[in-house]
Design a protein around this ligand. Sequence first.
Ligand SMILES: Nc1ncnc2c1ncn2[C@@H]1O[C@H](COP(=O)(O)OP(=O)(O)OP(=O)(O)O)[C@@H](O)[C@H]1O
Ligand SMILES: [Mg+2]
Length: 334
Amino acid sequence: MIETRNLTKKFSKLVAVDHISFNVKRGEIFGLLGPNGAGKTTTIRMLSTLTRPTEGTATVGDYDIVKDDNEVRKLIGLVSEKIIMYDRLTAKENLWFFGRLYDISKEVLNKRIDELLELVQLGNWKDIQVGTFSSGMRQRMNVIRALLNMPEVLLLDEPTLGLDPQSSVEVREFIKKINRENKTTIILTTHMMVEADMLCDRIGIIDHGKIAALDTPTNLKKLVSGADTTILELEIANLTTNMVSLIQSLKCVSSVSQDNSTHIKVHASGDDAFDTIIDAIRAEKGKIASVKNLEPTLEDVFLHITGHEVRDKADQKIPMRRHRRFMPVRRRVR
Ligand SMILES: Nc1ncnc2c1ncn2[C@@H]1O[C@H](COP(=O)(O)OP(=O)(O)OP(=O)(O)O)[C@@H](O)[C@H]1O
Ligand SMILES: [Mg+2]
């Protein structure tokens, strides 16, 4: 449904999007996952014909984004980072205003607006001014606005940015529903690992304008576990900075992060990494209260592939740790 070939955007010397190539199948939810400034919005802007590529090509439903931009626009719905909505108009008036920009009969539009408002549980709010809506409600309005022309392709740029956890869940469930019920092909950008993991059939990890890896979430995680990586979360009752430095200095250890005064997370590799770490802590008279062998998260994948973490303000709003699934302890400390 979507194909990009060496798609590139330069802003004078800065290469914002650097020769990216990927395909999105019909009916698929494809995620572009990357940190601030990675080139996600620029990619979406090129695909939605809002800005022209400097180099390379892309097609949406076999239409070229430059030569056939009018045809492309008929196929797509765009949810941009910024919510454009008139506060003094009601929910229905807003959708009516934007809907009239398309070639849709008044009768059909009227019916569609009612259906879409019901779909996102805003039916009872249709005659209320949007200015009184919560951010979650506004974002749901923002998404259905992009659905007024029943697009075959939906481009979502950070659809849950700035939403509280509850509203994020609502918007994500809604995205799944549109995909399932209408077979809509979706590209979504996010810097939230949980979101990419939950929603996407496949993910392209984008960093500094380049696609660093592209696969299903499961296969991406195998990149880490397949690379013989052990991720341990240790609770050490008498943890000291010395002990942390010592663990850090072990040959098998690639990184140590400290969560609080007693908890550390250790990335290590090699068959005997587990025993080496435990022995080292024991030798320092460390009192190990618990050890968990963690399943790699997409955050680990990102670190593994790019050598740095995805971190920014919005991440801090919804800490990744809270969403992390812990695996039962597989190996016991002898
Ligand atoms: N119109 C522009 N003029 C100059 N530089 C730009 C322009 N738009 C984007 N950039 C730069 O291109 C790079 C990629 O920006 P882009 O907005 O695509 O990143 P992003 O992945 O969407 O980031 P974020 O997570 O912050 O939204 C950044 O370095 C940005 O400063
Ligand atoms: Mg962006």
